[in-house]
Design a protein around this ligand. Structure first.
Ligand code: GTP
Length: 370
């Protein structure tokens, strides 16, 4: 069974984390998200994957190679320019020869793919769209179906009075290759605004597959933080590296934790990390490889990628640090703040309310307080 994963988007909503790292390659609990996805697909019976790459394409080649370590046949195909979601699959049409799974590369889900395939076959569907219920349908594109699950209508961000369903497109599809005859070649073309409305017109069978499987889009800052929380509290199954050293505290390889430091799980600590005297690390928190957490630092609900250095007394809450940042003493970072890579902040800065710092930002002592 073949799958196409769409990984060519620029991930603008997640900037600055995506300035140097494409969104599907950003770490979730210290492992590139796409690696987890490839393993999950392999375990669910997919043996050949086509990655439709564009933005920062080399990073996929460099990290994933030929896919042999995932026991998958992997093709990495680069578009000459962004073709949009449907246009990207059209670009790899020559590699398709039967019903094909298509995944958005930024969706974390434990959807049962075999059950979806059985449904697709039973309905003799041409396009099957996975659907998930949401609490606030006004923020999404809704999919209306008849009693037989055949798609009748798409409703983009409807007004409250127009809402007839809470089921939204969950970003996993099974598509018969002949449907790509409706997609114009060498053009930017999307599923939601292009191919799917066309298929409603042509009358080819398009069905919705509702599921209550775990589902979240990792592509927004708060959902990126929240999905870490969900993994660490066990709401979704996700294998991460590390051995448990205390109640819900995992260490991957060797880490140095001072006896006076307080670590309250769920916390994952990457290889080579150092946590100094009197530091408090409260879960859910992830500390990347080689991070240094200085004396008396206080971390809670934080995600640190590798190589960050925190001087004494840094406070970090509900925020993300990219790679190799240096954070000066007693600086406070909170409220969904995101710091890109290779930033250097002096002492006693205060960053809150979702501030974002672009890679290589340099700030002196007491330079920011808001
Ligand atoms: P934002 O800029 O934050 O909207 O992110 P995005 O464009 O990366 O993601 P979006 O949610 O809009 O797209 C869904 C999936 O399709 C993501 O996994 C993207 O990587 C992928 N994608 C979007 N546009 C393209 C494209 O032009 N080519 C390819 N190959 N993939 C795309």
């Amino acid at each position: 069974m073949k799958a196409v994963i769409l990984v060519g988007g620029q991930g603008t909503r997640l900037r600055p984390l995506t300035c140097n790292t494409p969104k599907p390659m950003i770490p979730l609990v210290n492992q590139p998200f796409i690696e987890w996805m490839l393993l999950r697909l392999r375990d669910q019976g997919i043996d050949e994957v086509i990655l439709a790459v564009q933005y920062l394409a080399n990073s996929f080649r460099h990290t994933l190679g030929d896919g042999s370590r995932f026991e998958l046949k992997l093709h990495i195909v680069e578009e000459p320019e962004p073709r949009g979601t449907a246009g990207a699959v059209k670009n790899v049409e020559h590699l398709l020869d039967g019903p094909t799974f298509v995944f958005n590369g930024d969706v974390m889900t434990d959807l049962d793919l075999q059950a979806m395939l059985v449904f697709h076959r039973e309905k003799q569907s041409k396009v099957t769209i996975s659907l998930t219920p949401v609490d606030d349908p006004t923020q999404f594109g809704l999919v209306e179906m008849d009693k037989d699950n055949r798609v009748q209508r798409f409703l983009e961000k409807p007004r409250a009075e127009d809402i007839t369903t809470n089921l939204v497109n969950a970003g996993t599809y099974i598509i018969e290759p002949d449907m790509f005859r409706y997609v114009p070649p060498n053009q930017f073309y999307m599923f939601e605004r292009g191919l799917f409305p066309v298929i409603l017109q042509t009358g080819d069978g398009m069905y919705g597959f509702p599921s209550r499987a775990y589902w979240t889009d990792i592509g927004k800052p708060q959902t990126y933080i929240d999905v870490h929380h969900d993994i660490l509290i066990g709401k979704v199954r996700y294998n991460f590296s590390g051995h448990q050293i205390a109640d819900r505290v995992w260490v991957d390889g060797e880490a140095v934790i001072h006896p006076t430091a307080q670590v309250v799980g769920p916390v994952v600590i990457g290889p080579g990390a150092v946590i100094e005297r009197g530091a408090r690390v409260i879960g859910p928190t992830v500390i990347g490889a080689g991070c240094h957490v200085g004396p008396e630092c206080s971390l809670e609900g934080a995600v640190l990628w590798e190589g960050n250095f925190l001087e004494e007394g840094v406070v970090l809450r509900n925020s993300v640090l990219g790679r190799n940042n240096h954070i000066g003493a007693r600086t406070q970072i909170s409220d969904g703040t995101i710091i890109g890579d290779d930033c250097s902040l002096g002492a006693e800065n205060r960053l809150e309310r979702g501030i974002r710092l672009w890679p290589n930002t340099k700030l002196g002592d007491k330079a920011i307080s808001f």
